[in-house]
Design a protein around this ligand. Sequence first.
Ligand SMILES: [Zn+2]
Length: 341
Amino acid sequence: MQKNKFWDELKKHRSDITALGAFVVITIVAIFAGFMETPETTSSLTIATAALLGVKRPDFYRFKFGDFEIATILDGAGQFEDTHPRFGCNVEQDTVLNYAKQHGLPTAWYENGFTPAIVNTGKELVLFDTGFGSAKRENGLGQLRGILQSSGYAPEDIDIVAITHGHPDHILGLMENGQPAFPNARYVISQVEFDYWNKNENIPDFRTENRELFMKIVTPFAEKMTFVKGGDTIASGIEAVEAFGHSAGHMAFHIESNNNRILLIADTTNHYILSLQQPDWHFNVDDDKEMAAVTRKKILEMVSTENIPIIGHHMPFPSVGYVEKTSESYRWLPVAYHFNR
Ligand SMILES: [Zn+2]
């Protein structure tokens, strides 16, 4: 009897174990089946084929400079196919294209960025150049305004707009849909530059349309303008520097705070290799090519020997860097973390 009872108990127990096992298996299968059918899971499995989103450039950089803050903003970038004669129009095409190739650049095209800058002196907010504004926004340019607003500045906050020269990429953003883009600002431009366009003397033919733009966009601000020459102070710590050639009255600006110096060179050099490393090569939209080359060499020599960093409107973003003097000429050294504390 004892033996039979034992087996009966065991059989009963076994059926419990089997039932429990079946329950666990069914539950796991059910969970797994549910898991497989969850819509979120289905979509997470397809994320492996996320859409390609295209090129996105960095477009805003703010750094400390003495007691000042400086920001560079990418208004946009354009790609062009006239590497020669745009750069080195006074030398052979092969010379320029081979040089580009030797330096790892595409030869069939080049990219040019447009970089206005803001200096906060602690007393005034100074904007250097205005980008393309609403006029070219549908082409992906004219981004300054939107980036300004998302970076903690409002167009109404700008106290001074300094125009380095009167070419379209620097002046079009003065207006926003026919209205002043920076309604509380006063304006600074070099006297020579203003007179050059206003008097319409010795303007090259290829600048005819540019002259019309200048008269339409810049001259209406004349009453609010200060006309400066080299050595004039435009705001505390900021001095105008004559850098003529790219245009008749093209200006650079020397910025100094707490013994830190930086030179905003505007369009003194327009490509970090094909112009900065070859300052004698003519840039075919320099209005006075000989004078521009002389200015370029003078400024590159100064900033390289005195180790003054520069902000260049058409240097690769963030458009801040040093110029190193080499045995042959000069070399662009983009900023790294130099000014991040
Ligand atoms: Zn320019």
